[in-house]
Design a protein around this ligand. Structure first.
Ligand code: WT7
Length: 654
């Protein structure tokens, strides 16, 4: 970055500058009347709002009651029947939009596909028929483990058409992680690919799927998309090529009428224990929630916008805002398979320019990575088509916000910083770009009808100007309906700390004007590049290695990835600390969980600070990790660190 640019960013941040929507933006905005907040605040207005949104969907049978709330269990659009794939595809084709592009797809090596709504419906029907021929029926769970190729949304929509809940496992997860998820939901089919492309290399997905299936007992069929052409092992009795399965299938398939509260999908996310939670999302409320928020928060104009969410479909952002929300709104979207900076630093900008993207939705970690390359890296790419920018996944620091606004948005695009979670299903705290005056770094206000508060330990509301724990007080249509197979954990994780109120696990402060400033997790969950990873998950991966006696893991703040995984390791006797062992342990965690969970640093230590009751003092460990320069990747605790640890551990914080 040149010093001129740096000064410009500084200026944007000076005197707490705020950013009002431009007159032009307001004039054309889907929502520009702030009274929507007041209206949706009353029970009557809230009901009217979601009734209208529900009516915007296609129902096979109409619902009778809008919602029912017996804390902590909600039901929405009660009695209604619908099919999500019909709402995402058939109804648009029936309305004459068959030739509209659903996705511009670009592979990392550069090939492209343009898929219209009619194309997508055809292929979804073919796969629906193929899966039904394999015996898949309503209620069966299907694991999907795929790269970012068009067949991934096709697979999700075919599952939705059958009523077979999908469990998409991000392609960066390891065989072990996939096996755990297959096993937990007892999936009968796995849909995968031979591999995918990432930074010029291929990722061997079928190989990992084979290993995972080998460790589980429920899988009867494995459907494999040919993507890389790499050779793969084959089990004739179990494996099927996707292209062979679908080629003679009719392009028409009956959609299963689903109850509004039937399960649409499971998506596993990390909690504070080593076992991931299968978050349950159902049909009617989820679809209404994601369609509504997508249309209003991104100010979507389906006729003219080209919307590009850069997340992976394997995370909730992709489920809600690449697949279900956008397709329900008949959006034209972009799907890009690979790394945004490969093979050139400005690959992402070339993709955005090529498809004339108007809306971009990405994570602060990506923004900071691009910031490091500098705006010169994409100076030759024409980003003038952009009109709105979104951020998600972690708090966005004001510097990154201002840089995003100025350098990528050219100073003309509102930035919507959207707070939500796998569990909430839809965006919950966010600006509305035609209404909200923005403050860099703040997700601003709860979406209309969302009732949030910031409370202290005892659950009392903290007055404006203060900080505490975020809670949500009123049910919302896309909220999770439970943790698969574990209702007790559902109640204890989210509903027991403040009975009757939802506890997301985030710290938050509100300024004097009531703006929400999210502060990150307050539990033992790390946020690395916008990915949620639990400290205990990494600890249990470490102690599964023969050399490790004990491990403590903390998230250390990191200038690019938000947090980085920092591990304190006590070795078993007979093992000596070395760089080689450190590298092996980092690789071991990557093998056990996935490459995105590879620790940044291992610190071998003879001791760990514990409370008298034996609990590891994580806050102290985080302080040590953040305050001291501990070398690169693997370090043996020097005596200073050990002393610091020892000194503190004597003080017995309980
Ligand atoms: C956690 C949820 C939501 C899709 C991606 C992550 C953090 C998310 C923001 C934001 C501050 C944010 C929270 C939340 N988070 N968005 N705009 N500002 N923090 O989904 O893996 O379920 O993680 O991500 O800590 O609890 P997830």
């Amino acid at each position: 970055m040149t010093s001129d640019r740096t000064d410009a960013i500084e200026n944007l941040l000076r005197e707490d500058r705020t950013f009002e929507p431009s007159e032009e933006f307001v004039a054309n905005a889907n929502l520009s009347d702030a009274s929507i907040y007041e209206r949706a605040a009353t029970e009557e207005g809230f009901r009217a709002f979601w009734t209208e949104e529900g009516n915007g969907l296609d129902w096979i049978e109409p619902w009778t009651d809008l919602y029912e709330w017996t804390a902590p269990y909600a039901k929405w659009f009660i009695g209604g029947k619908l099919n999500v794939s019909v709402n995402c595809l058939d109804r648009h084709v029936a309305a004459g939009l068959g030739e509209r592009v659903a996705y511009f797809w670009e592979g990392e090596p550069g090939e492209t596909r343009t898929i219209t709504y009619a194309d997508l419906l055809d292929e979804v029907c073919q796969l629906t028929n193929a899966l039904r021929d394999l015996g898949v029926k309503k209620g069966d769970r299907i694991a999907i483990y795929m790269p970012m190729i068009p067949e991934l949304p096709v697979a999700m929509l075919a599952c939705a058409r059958i009523g077979a809940p999908h469990s998409v496992v991000f392609g960066g997860f390891s065989a072990d992680a996939l096996a755990d998820r297959i096993d937990d939901a007892q999936c009968t089919v796995v849909i995968t690919a031979d591999g995918g492309y990432r930074k010029g290399a291929t990722v061997p997905l079928k190989k990992a799927a084979d290993e995972a299936i080998g460790r589980t007992a429920s899988v009867q069929h494995c459907v494999v998309v040919q993507r890389t052409g790499d050779e793969v092992a084959w089990d004739d009795a179990r494996d099927h090529w996707y292209h062979e399965l679908i080629k003679d299938q009719p392009r028409i398939a009956d959609p299963e009428p689903m109850d509004s509260e039937d399960l649409l999908y499971l998506l596993y996310t990390s909690g504070t224990t080593a076992k991931p939670k299968g978050i349950m999302h159902t049909t009617g409320g989820y679809l209404a929630g994601v369609a509504t928020t997508h249309r209003t928060i991104f100010d979507l104009k389906p006729e003219t916008d080209v919307y590009w969410c850069m997340a992976d479909i394997g995370w909730v952002t992709g489920h809600s805002y690449i697949v279900y929300g956008p397709l329900a709104n008949a959006t034209t979207g972009v799907i890009y398979e690979g790394a945004i900076d490969f093979p050139e630093k400005d690959r992402w900008a070339k993709v955005a320019a090529k498809y004339r993207a108007t809306i971009l939705y990405t994570a602060p970690t990506a923004i900071r990575a691009l910031m490091k390359y500098g705006a010169d890296a994409f100076a030759d790419d024409d980003l003038s088509s952009l009109r709105l920018l979104g951020s998600v996944g972690e708090p966005i620091n004001p510097e990154a916000w201002a840089w995003y606004w100025k350098e990528i948005g050219g100073g003309r695009c509102p930035v919507v910083d959207t707070w939500w979670q796998t569990e909430t299903g839809m965006i919950m705290i966010t600006p509305l770009p035609g209404i909200t005056t923005l403050k860099p770094g703040s997700a601003t206000f709860p979406f209309p009808g969302v009732v949030a508060d910031v409370v202290d330990e005892a659950g009392f509301s903290v007055p404006l100007g203060g900080g505490g724990y975020l809670v949500l007080e009123r049910p919302w249509p896309a909220m999770l309906r439970g943790i698969y197979g574990d209702p007790e954990r559902y109640e204890s994780t989210y509903w027991s700390r403040y009975p009757g109120r939802y506890f997301p696990g985030d710290g938050c402060k509100r300024d004097d004007e009531g703006y929400y400033w999210l502060l990150g997790r307050v539990d033992d969950v790390m946020n690395v590049s916008g990915h949620r990873i639990s400290t205990t998950e990494v600890e249990s991966a470490l102690v599964s290695h023969p050399s490790v006696a004990e491990a403590a893991v903390v998230g250390r703040s990191d200038p690019i990835t938000g947090q980085a995984i920092f591990c304190y390791v006590i070795l078993r006797s007979g093992f000596d600390a070395s760089d080689a062992l450190g590298a092996e342990l980092r690789g071991h965690v990557a093998d056990m969980i996935g490459k995105f969970a590879r620790p940044k640093q291992i610190l071998f230590t003879p001791d760990l600070p514990k409370t008298r009751s034996g609990k590891i003092m994580r806050r102290l460990l985080r302080d040590i990790a953040e305050q001291r320069d501990l070398g690169d990747v693997t370090t043996l605790a020097d005596s200073g660190v050990v002393n610091a640890i020892r000194d503190q551990s004597g003080s017995g914080e309980d």
